[in-house]
Design a protein around this ligand. Structure first.
Ligand code: F7E
Length: 326
């Protein structure tokens, strides 16, 4: 019998990559679509899977709806990727962020518990939980110190996931994913803003790239690699929490240098403007994950290097802008 998976956040970055992987593994994939005035299927089309996913209208912020959706589909696995995922907006949208990122997963967990406790649950947890942690390298035992409304809402969901696992013996797992990027990353995130901006500068469409804090350091991996870790977590013998990262760290400046190098521009600093509007009330300065537990337990390792990731993103944006110029 074919396995059924329900994926929330199907139109984001990770939803399409995960759906593609699950389809390749012969799952029936159901994508939850919140009702919006206009649905954006760009990312699903980019991976050529739009027609292969079955769509169900629904919203994680509504318990009754999630109960109905899960009763109808009876999925074997639920991947909760739905989120207000932009940290920078979460101060202004703290209630919305909490509704989606904290109470959304709670609604799903309760719905699973009431429909069938055997349904497996994946929660998209995040390295933002560590915030400005004192430890230089973070693993599953590092103390959390969330530094934004986004991270605080995600912390609630993290502990709810652990709590349902412990209280009801349900298969609930947290993937603590460090930053992961791709050519379909939202344009508001710094990596895509840079790859798109660099491509536009190269094509003469844009003069400058306006950014905020260039000193922040992140552990950046490729989203396509990370969805494999999500799936492996759901196939593990027992549910647990795993860091998914690359064990390497680079700054925004490093990203800029490599991105401009890809289009043969070496004096990149002259194309950068700093605007305090892109700075956050509190920024997370340094994140670097240790993925040894995922490697040893799940056999997962990242396949794409930082350099390859930057090249991939810049090349795809350049291709798109050059095509639009013709
Ligand atoms: O910022 C700095 C900014 O918005 C990275 C989400 O997927 O990963 C992501 O969260 C850094 C920050 O990602 C600009 O201040 C400078 O220090 O690309 P970002 P994020 O906040 O790390 C985690 C794991 C998640 O869970 C989140 O959902 O870059 N930065 N200048 C800027 N950031 C943005 N967005 N725009 C700038 O102009």
């Amino acid at each position: 019998m074919k396995k059924r998976a329900l994926v929330t956040g199907i139109t984001g970055q990770d939803g399409p990559y995960l759906a593609k992987l699950l389809l390749e593994k012969n799952y029936d994939v159901y994508g939850l679509l919140p009702r919006r005035s206009k649905q954006d299927f760009y990312n699903l089309n980019y991976l050529s899977i739009k027609k292969d996913v079955e769509y169900v209208v629904g919203d994680v912020t509504d318990y009754n709806c999630m109960h109905k959706v899960i009763s109808k589909i009876k999925p074997h696995e639920v991947y909760n990727l739905a989120a207000q995922s932009f940290v920078g907006n979460s101060w202004e949208l703290s209630s919305v962020t909490s509704d989606i990122n904290a109470f959304g997963p709670l609604n799903i967990l309760n719905a699973i518990k009431n429909v069938d406790e055997k349904i497996k649950f994946y929660q998209a947890s995040t390295s933002e939980l560590y915030g400005n942690s004192c430890e230089k390298i973070q693993n599953e035992n590092t103390k959390f110190e969330p530094s934004s409304p986004y991270a605080i809402a995600k912390l609630y969901a993290y502990w709810m996931t652990v709590n349902f696992r412990k209280s009801y013996n349900m298969f609930c797992t947290n993937g603590i994913l460090f930053n992961h990027e791709s050519p379909i990353r939202g344009i508001e995130f710094v990596t895509r803003k840079i790859s798109d901006g660099v491509a536009q500068i190269k094509c003469g469409k844009q003069k400058y790239l306006t950014l905020g804090n260039l000193d922040a350091k992140r552990d950046w991996g490729f989203a396509g690699d990370y969805v494999e870790a999500m799936w492996l977590m759901m196939q593990a013998e027992k549910p647990d929490d795993f860091v998914v990262a690359t064990n390497t760290q680079f700054s925004i400046r490093d990203f800029l240098r490599l991105a401009f190098k890809e289009v043969n521009i070496s004096n990149w600093e002259q194309y950068i403007k700093i605007n305090k509007d892109f700075k956050r009330p509190v920024d997370v300065n340094s994140l670097c994950g240790n993925y040894n537990k995922a490697k040893n337990t799940l056999g997962w390792v990242p396949k794409t290097s930082f350099k390859e990731l930057v090249q991939l993103m810049v090349r795809e944006d350049l291709k798109r802008h050059e095509k639009q110029n013709i």
